[in-house]
Design a protein around this ligand. Structure first.
Ligand code: ADP
Length: 652
């Protein structure tokens, strides 16, 4: 096939421009990225060769070769991994197939709009841009690659300027060779980093890639005086050039080393290398177990949740190794879904290399390991909550949603997840706007209070303006603010904490448990009796829109509010499911009217003078209901009609 020119996908080019204009100050990490890609590619062919030894052909070794060339100003990274077919080169390198790129660029733009000082590094860290980092140091990058088991090799080349070329080429054996034509500044005597210098490269490999499991080799040239058969230098003989190939990395996997001897930086580098992180982990778990099943696990909670953690394209799971040989990436069956944010690996001699993925995933060993890991992680989180509150809150802000979804899912899946997680949950409290656990809430609630109160809205300000909040605030009753739609579902699934049920302030009757409230309630009941006809006729005027109309003692300065019946979903749950049109998720709406508000007096008088069939009375009822809807953040069914009624009233 002839040489073809392709344009980069627009998003890819944008990303490349970011790279070329170098948003990282730390250019040298490109080498780590390319070595890590090479190591991944060797992992793949290594694993495949376990069941299909022929794939290796004559080349049964696994290695990464680094070839600096001072005269040509190039650095070449060569591996004998799985390689790529022509189409794979186009798909993997020319386009960023992952939907993440676009999302990343949008996020970057948004973050910049909100806060100009936002750190690109932090954001870009969430995206795998490994290969492209070559353009930070290179003005031209050439890939020559041949897929294991195929004859044809492909050359890809680009200067990062909008297009790339692909053509056929020759390559001996499988694997990938990446040659970077270095930019000025990255070679020569006055370079900041000279990536054609053997010792500089050796330093970088030691620093970033020491425990890569395959040898990273490089040739060192030196001059030597010839020696005689006794090993003595021959006097007067002319020096000869010699080449020695050295392995630069120690190859000892980090997780096999003793925990007490590993420095934090080593862990950090490890996760950067192996899991494409850009920041130090929030938490590292390194455990060895020698019980019924033997294993080592090295896990992390990444510093930030990936942007797509809750989207279907996010692939959770841990890497699996058996005796340090890679078996599988993204094994989902080790940890429960609510820990989907955990990254890392498990290495166990008890896992069999030669069984299929499906069987492996069902293996007893995997279950035992998974359960132990889950327990360890939850214990560590519990400890963090107790002794490092600030750090725990940071964790909660990043990953709390995952745990809440875990609790919620028990509605369908059953199990004891909610018991495991209930003490790790946090919600914002009306007390001080800070996060509070359910334990802290129940411990400080007055004895007369029987339930745990919560309110739902999209933000704190909206909740604080809810008419229902007024009385609770006056009485100093603590309310949990549920700001994420999943929160209410989570509490619904928990049902109660420490035998105290959850009670939405916008749902059913609320019992504050004090004498004042009892009295106010009684008084309201009396008023309901004397206004019985009026209430019935308001309800009749509203028809299907409401399940009931009541007078209430829960309001102070507001005229109305809308609550949901105790049985069935709340209004906010209904909103969360509004696009589903599922009648099961229709809240039973109850309009509550404040009998002490002037508006109620006005309604009474219109009722008396104009009667229940008058337009004025009907308009008043509608407006009352629609007002209550708006307070809940729900638009009236017919906003134009609503506006017209208001206008009519104002013009009177
Ligand atoms: P990531 O490594 O995060 O997937 P990259 O942009 O670094 O992103 O690489 C994109 C893809 O290109 C890889 O997923 C892999 O399929 C392929 N690739 C990159 N380098 C190599 C290599 N040395 N050998 C084989 N395939 C490679």
């Amino acid at each position: 096939m002839a040489k073809e020119k392709h344009e980069f996908q627009a998003e890819t080019q944008k990303l490349l421009d970011l790279m070329i204009n170098s948003i990282y100050t730390n250019h040298e990490i490109f080498l780590r990225e390319l070595i890590s890609n090479a190591s991944d590619a060797i992992d793949k062919v290594h694993f495949e060769s376990l069941t299909n030894p022929d794939i290796l052909g004559n080349d049964k070794t696994f290695e990464i070769y680094l070839i600096p060339d001072k005269d040509a100003h190039t650095l070449t990274i060569k591996d004998n991994g799985i390689g790529m077919s022509r189409q794979e080169v186009i798909d993997n390198i020319g386009t960023i197939a992952k939907s993440g790129t676009q999302a990343f660029l949008e996020q970057l733009k948004k973050a910049k709009e909100n806060d100009a000082s936002v750190d690109d590094k932090e954001l870009i860290g969430q995206f795998g841009v490994g290969f492209y980092s070559a353009f930070m140091v290179g003005e031209k990058v050439t890939i020559e690659t041949r897929k294991a088991g195929e004859e044809q090799a492909t050359r890809w080349e680009s200067a990062g300027d909008g297009s790339y070329t692909v053509e056929e080429c020759e390559r001996e054996g499988r694997g990938t060779t990446i040659t970077i034509q270095l930019k000025k500044g990255f070679y020569g005597s006055d370079a900041d980093n000279d990536f054609t210098d053997n010792y500089e490269i050796e330093r970088l490999v030691k620093k970033y890639s020491d425990y890569v499991r395959y040898p990273i080799k490089m040739d060192f040239e030196f001059e030597e005086t010839p020696k005689d058969e006794n090993g003595k230098e021959i006097e007067g003989a002319e020096k000869v050039k010699k080449v020695e190939t050295r392995t630069l990395n120690s190859m000892q996997p980090l997780w096999t080393r003793n925990k007490s001897e590993i420095k934090d930086e080593e862990y950090n580098e490890f996760f950067k290398n192996q899991f494409h992180e850009w920041e130090a982990p929030m938490e590292v778990f390194h455990t060895k177990a020698e019980g019924t099943v033997e294993y080592t696990a090295l896990l992390e909670i990444p510093a930030h949740a990936p942007f797509n953690l809750y989207q279907s394209d996010f692939e959770p799971g841990l890497q699996l190794y058996s005796r340090h040989v890679f078996i599988m990436d993204k094994c989902k069956d080790l940890l429960p879904d609510y820990l989907r944010f955990i990254k890392g690996l498990v290495d166990s001699p008890d896992l069999s290399l030669n069984i299929s993925r499906e069987l492996l995933q069902q293996s007893r060993e995997l279950k035992v390991i998974g359960q132990a890991l889950e327990k360890n992680i939850l214990k560590a989180l519990g400890r963090k909550l107790k002794s490092k509150r600030e750090e725990y809150e940071k964790f909660w802000n990043e990953y709390g949603k995952s745990l809440k979804i875990g609790v919620y899912n028990t509605i369908f899946a059953g199990g004891d997840v909610k018991d495991k997680l209930k003490d790790l949950l946090m919600f914002m409290s009306s007390k001080d706007g800070k996060l509070v656990t359910l334990k802290e809430y129940t411990e400080r609630m007055p004895e007369s209070q029987k339930k745990i109160f919560y309110a739902t809205a999209k933000d704190k300000e909206t909740i604080e303006q809810l008419p229902q909040m007024e009385t609770l605030r006056d009485k100093g009753i603590e309310v949990l603010y549920l700001l994420d739609p999943v929160d209410e579902f989570c509490l619904e699934a928990l049902h109660a904490y420490d035998e105290k049920e959850f009670q939405s302030i916008s749902r059913g009757d609320i019992d504050l448990g004090d004498a004042d409230s009892e009295e106010a309630k009684k008084e309201t009941e009396e008023l309901e009796k004397t206004n019985d006809d009026l209430i019935k006729d308001i309800k009749a005027a509203l028809g299907e829109k409401v399940a009931d109309v009541k007078l209430t003692s829960r309001l102070k300065s507001s005229a109305v509010c809308l609550v949901a019946d105790e049985a069935g979903p709340s209004l906010s749950m209904e909103q969360a499911f509004s696009d589903m049109k599922n009648p099961l998720f229709k809240a039973k709406r109850i309009l509550e009217v404040n009998p002490h508000h002037d508006l109620f007096g006005r309604l009474q008088s219109i009722y008396k003078t104009e009667g229940k069939d008058s337009d004025t009375f009907k308009d008043y009822c509608d407006l009352l209901y629609e007002q209550a809807l708006i307070i809940e953040g729900i638009l009236p069914d017919n906003p134009v009609e609503f506006a017209n009624k208001v206008a009519k009233l104002m013009a009177k």
